[in-house]
Structure formats: structure tokens, C-alpha cells
Design a protein around this ligand. Structure first.
Ligand code: HEM
Ligand code: HEM
Length: 342
């Protein structure tokens, strides 16, 4: 199919199928395999104690005002790190405005949220706790809750050994970041990039070639196959208001720059086959349909069904090995633990 605009931004418009190693070399121009060691986030030394504390906090519903919602409620590690709902349900059964993205591999995104409004994972972790439609809590109440449980106080001391008063909201967020750094999912595509030609099926390789050739790669590249930059959703043709609701102007709300209206972070595509429904509006349940919407809205052309199938096959090669999660046993509450409210 003809892709005049964005295909030109891919290194080459590929006339004939590439030889095996050529395709891999071309892919390595755009993508990178997962690193073999943990990422080192800014101002947050990762230690086993901090990871364990962060894991407990991630699973603890008492971090929400109601005692019902943990991070895992909307980023369920058993179902791809998201909640598989169009938009999330939080405090008091309220629905939020956007679909919940996966926390898996989120450390590789340039910034957090669909509009990139949080610089990194520790900045992000302070948001949902306070959001009225999510956990509806306050930093003071989180700290009071943590201080009421001696086991948590011990864990904070172990995770932040140089601090006199380690039980703080900042450290709560840093511990969660440390845990999230571990949530990476090596996939067949990584094995392929690392040199194992057999890690992808023939269809997946054909899909990879189409993904590059058709220009998807112009916006979905890097280690997370997206998540690294911002683009208008509806670059060529705006999707209908059901898919792109008018009220959500995306990055414009962050930068207040006219050019950023309806601009969103290109979605990271690792594990995308596990995280329906799609787009920030969460209204599209099928991956084939999502790919076709992208083709029309971002590339300006309907894609033949057979090509969509191959691209979907390629996207399947981004489904990784899930982190093994042993459900944490959490500290028991005490007489002084703030009671659930709301
Ligand atoms: C976004 C983590 C609690 C719903 C995110 C992101 C992360 C994250 C890392 C950004 C991912 C990305 O941009 O790719 C956490 C943590 C939580 C928590 C650590 C606990 C402290 C919740 C809860 C809900 C929720 C309880 C649902 C009630 C969402 C939604 C977004 C989001 C809807 C997208 C919001 C937007 O882009 O405006 N979360 N989350 N999260 N999370 Fe959570
Ligand atoms: C979202 C695939 C081309 C920018 C998505 C999603 C998929 C996808 C499956 C939804 C992911 C999710 O909800 O978790 C593709 C494919 C493409 C393509 C297969 C080629 C046919 C592009 C291009 C651009 C782009 C060329 C930039 C011009 C975006 C943006 C989003 C997105 C900004 C987020 C949309 C939102 O706010 O909901 N892409 N994409 N994509 N893609 Fe693409």
C-alpha cells in the first residue's frame, strides 16, 4: 500500500521482502531489546529492601481512603498490568476519564500517563493516591496509616537506612517506583533482536516488516515500541468522537500549546495483546480494529486485512514473560490505623 507521508520517515521503503538478517538489522535501527539489568531511576537507588517495600505498597488497599483500592486494582499484574475496563472504576464506584495503561515496562516510557504529565514513576505514584476518582486519599492519611503499623515503619527504615524519619509520602512513592522498575517482560521480540532468528514466526517477521515499511515505526519505536514521544491522535484523519472524545485534549492540558491539542504519547506496545480495550478512551476491544484505526487516522489509508493480520501477529511477539509475583503478606492494622472512609 502507498504511504507517502510517514513511510518516508522510515529508513527505506522496502520493495521486496528483506533477507532474514537484513530485517533484523533494520529492526535494530528502530528498536532495542530490554536491558539485562534493572534501570536506575533518577534520585532513587534501587535496593532489594526498597523493592519489597514497594511491592507491599503496590498491593495494599489501605493506601486508599476506602481501603478498597490498591494500585493492583487498576494495574492487575495477573491480567497484563491493567484493569481491562474501558475506563477505570475507583473510589465510590466512580469512573475516571481514561483507560488504565499497563504498569509493565512503564519505566521505559519518556514520562508517565497518556499525556506525559508525570516526569517519572515516583512523581506518578503520588497522583492516584490523591485522585478523587481513584484512591481519594491524602498524603497525611497515607503517612498516618503507615506509621500505625510497626512492620511498615521497620520496612521503611530498612529501605531508607540513612534517614532519621523515613516514613514519608516521598519515600512511599520512591519505594513504589523501585518495585515498578522490576516489572519488565522479556518477549520473543527481544530474543529476536538479540540474534535468535527463530524467535519470531514467519508471519510475525512479515508483520514486523510491514510495521516498519508502512510507517508505524515512525511513532512506535525504541525499547517499548512506543512510549517515547508525543503525536497528534488523528494526524491525518481524526477518529470519531467515540474513540477521540472532544473533552480530552491530551497534552494540551499539560503544555497549553495550541499544537498539542489532541496530542498523546504514542502508546508503548509491549504486551498490547493483553491490554484491551484500546486507546485512552478505552472503547476499542479488538486489536485488529485498533490497528486499522491507527492506519486510517495516523497514516491516512485503510490497510488490507491480510496486512493487519500480520501486524497483529508481530504485536503478539511483544507479549513477554510475566514477572513472577508472590502475593505479599501485609502488616496487620492496629488500634491507631485510620479507619476506611467513603
Ligand atoms: C496511569 C501506576 C493506582 C488508574 C498509571 C501509570 C502508572 C500507574 C505507572 C502510567 C502508565 C503509563 O503512562 O504508561 C499506579 C500506581 C498506583 C496506581 C503505582 C497506586 C499508587 C491506580 C488506581 C487506578 C488507576 C487505583 C484506578 C482507580 C490509572 C489510570 C491511568 C493510570 C486511569 C491513566 C491516567 C491518565 O493518563 O490520565 N498508573 N497507579 N491507577 N492509572 Fe494508575
Ligand atoms: C496508539 C498501533 C501508527 C501514534 C496505538 C495503539 C496501537 C497502535 C495498537 C493502541 C495501544 C493501546 O491502547 O494500548 C499502531 C500501528 C500503526 C501505528 C500498528 C501502524 C499501522 C502510528 C503512527 C503514529 C501513532 C504513525 C503517529 C503519527 C499513536 C498514538 C497513540 C497510539 C499517539 C495513542 C492514542 C490514544 O491517545 O489513545 N497505536 N500505531 N501510531 N499510536 Fe499508533
Amino acid at each position: 500500500m502507498h504511504r507517502p507521508l510517514l513511510a518516508a520517515t522510515a529508513a527505506s521503503v522496502l520493495a521486496a521482502p528483506l533477507a532474514a538478517s537484513e530485517l533484523r538489522d533494520t529492526a535494530l535501527d528502530y528498536f532495542a531489546p530490554l536491558p539485562s539489568t534493572l534501570m536506575a531511576p533518577k534520585d532513587n537507588k534501587i535496593t532489594p529492601e526498597k523493592i519489597d517495600l514497594g511491592k507491599a505498597l503496590f498491593f495494599d488497599p489501605r493506601m486508599s481512603a476506602s481501603g478498597v483500592f490498591s494500585c493492583n486494582s487498576c494495574h492487575n499484574l495477573a491480567t497484563g498490568g491493567d484493569d481491562n475496563m474501558p475506563v477505570s472504576i475507583g473510589h465510590g464506584w466512580q469512573t475516571g476519564p481514561r483507560n488504565s495503561p499497563t504498569v509493565l515496562n512503564s519505566v521505559f516510557n519518556v514520562a508517565q500517563f497518556w499525556d506525559g504529565r508525570a516526569e517519572d514513576l515516583k512523581a506518578q505514584a503520588k497522583g492516584p493516591v490523591q485522585a478523587g476518582v481513584e484512591m481519594a486519599n491524602t498524603p497525611e492519611n497515607v503517612v498516618a496509616t503507615l506509621n500505625s503499623m510497626p512492620q511498615y515503619v521497620e520496612w521503611f527504615k530498612g529501605a531508607f537506612p540513612d534517614e532519621a524519619d523515613p516514613v514519608t509520602f516521598d519515600n512511599f512513592a520512591k519505594a513504589i517506583e523501585a518495585y515498578e522498575v522490576t516489572l519488565t517482560t522479556p518477549a520473543p521480540f527481544d530474543a529476536y533482536l538479540n540474534g535468535n532468528e527463530d524467535a519470531l514466526t514467519a508471519d510475525q517477521k512479515a508483520g514486523l516488516e510491514l510495521f516498519i515499511d508502512n510507517g508505524c515505526v515512525a511513532c512506535h519505536s525504541g525499547v517499548n515500541v512506543g512510549g517515547h514521544d508525543y503525536y497528534p491522535f488523528g494526524l491525518i484523519e481524526k477518529p470519531g468522537a467515540d474513540v477521540l472524545p472532544e473533552g480530552d485534549v491530551g497534552r494540551f492540558a499539560v503544555t497549553e500549546t495550541a499544537d498539542d491539542e489532541y496530542v498523546f504519547r504514542a502508546s508503548p506496545l509491549r504486551n498490547v495483546e493483553l491490554t484491551a480495550p484500546y486507546f485512552h478512551s478505552g472503547v476499542v476491544w479488538g486489536l485488529k480494529e485498533a490497528v486499522q484505526i491507527m492506519s486510517i487516522s495516523q497514516l491516512g489509508d485503510k490497510m488490507p486485512d491480510a496486512e493487519v493480520d500480520k501486524i497483529v501477529a508481530f504485536l503478539g511477539s511483544l507479549t513477554g514473560e510475566m514477572p513472577e509475583v508472590v502475593y505479599p503478606v501485609l502488616p496487620p492494622e492496629t488500634d491507631t490505623t485510620p479507619r476506611p472512609s467513603g
